[in-house]
Design a protein around this ligand. Structure first.
Ligand code: FUB
Length: 351
């Protein structure tokens, strides 16, 4: 039988967050003699609940933000969490789009795309990404495939950032049988598409394993092999690439429950240097899914939390914070705030 040493007891007491618990466990420096001294009562100090960022949308639950700046306006694409209160799985059938001229006031443009637009898919409108190329808007959408087991990534296209979008291929761009690094069926999710200043477009994606591939200039075909990015500290999902002042930032959901971490590199394909945690994990929901943009000389990070009343694991809300870069090029840690960013209007943009 193992007995507890003084050193082990000291360590255990030191690690106890609650002094009340420590007292119950026999910690503290009081005499163990026979006198009937009145025990000192140690007040229990309540830990304040962490601040949750203010939901951008308050009439429905939204998740998995993707954002894009076009003609002085920010477009925010989200998933739609439709699970009932107490539901124990994702119910996601469509994506939503919102826009803002100032990062404070948002216009609801409805649903630009539903999984039914992909005849080969059978549902699950998970985390998407939208980019503009040559005057067209490309919507990269992970959906459950009807005949190839697991998640696939489709591409839809539109002449307008608010859609409607139509299937650009008539088939999936990426299917689960094209990747064999893990046996899970949801590893081909969370696409993030980035067009490098050189003109080369890349698609990054993956749960558990981060992968990327080049895209052809038509944006609807892969152009070369699928490459695995190895050696990342606790990569979970939600890769996102942004370029700022000549440095490439590859952020991702890290650990589970997820915080947001990031790496930097000199090119869209690395090599990558891990830089640490950018935003702490949420309370009330284990996912967080970020997107990062520059807009009117400021930078912003979108993410989701469980802040809307009735929110939770499958009833999430997209929020946004200002993001600051340090003079050495690293990103400053971002706390969630109750108010969100100040207004940063584009003069020529009309709400
Ligand atoms: O919304 C479904 C999944 O949850 C997304 O694909 C992940 O990023 C996580 O947010």
């Amino acid at each position: 039988m193992k007995t507890t040493t003084t050193k082990e007891l000291t360590l255990a007491c030191a690690s106890m967050a609650s002094m009340a618990l420590a007292g119950l466990a026999g910690c503290g420096g009081g005499s163990s003699g026979g006198s009937a001294a009145v025990a000192a009562v140690t007040p229990v100090v309540a830990t304040p609940a962490p601040v949750m960022g203010k939901p951008i949308v308050s009439d429905i639950f939204t998740a998995d933000p993707s954002a894009m700046v076009d003609n002085g306006r920010v477009y925010l694409y989200t998933g739609h969490d439709e699970a009932a209160a107490g539901g124990n799985g994702y119910v996601m059938n469509e994506w939503r789009v919102y826009s803002s001229c100032d990062m404070k006031n948002w216009t609801d443009h409805g649903s630009p795309l539903n999984t039914t637009a992909f005849a080969w898919a059978k549902g699950s409108a998970w985390a998407a990404d939208v980019v503009k190329r040559n005057g067209k808007y490309y919507f990269y959408a992970p959906v459950d495939h009807k005949s190839i087991p697991g998640f696939s990534i489709g591409v839809a296209v539109s002449d307008s950032p608010i859609g409607p979008f139509v299937d650009a291929r008539g088939s999936a761009l990426i299917t689960n049988d094209m990747t064999t690094q893990t046996s899970i069926t949801w590893d081909d999710i969370d696409p993030a598409v980035f067009v490098d200043p050189s003109g080369q477009a890349y698609i990054y994606w993956g749960n558990t394993v981060l992968k990327y591939a080049k895209l052809k200039a038509n944006m609807i075909e892969l152009d070369g092999p699928i490459v695995t990015v190895g050696g990342i500290d606790s990569y979970t999902e939600a890769p996102y690439m942004n370029l700022h002042d000549g440095t490439y930032y590859l952020s991702f959901a890290h650990h589970f429950p997820e915080d947001i971490a990031y790496m930097t590199g000199p090119s869209a394909t690395g090599p990558w240097t891990y830089r640490g945690v950018l935003m702490n994990a949420n309370s009330g929901v284990k996912t967080i899914h970020q997107a990062i943009i520059d807009f009117n000389n400021k930078s912003y990070i979108f993410y989701h939390n469980a802040a809307l009343p009735g929110g939770g694991e499958f009833r999430r809300s997209v929020a946004v914070e200002e993001l600051h870069y340090n003079t050495d090029g690293t990103m400053a840690f971002v706390p969630q705030t109750a108010a969100g960013p100040d207004a940063n209007p584009t003069a020529s943009c009309k709400p």
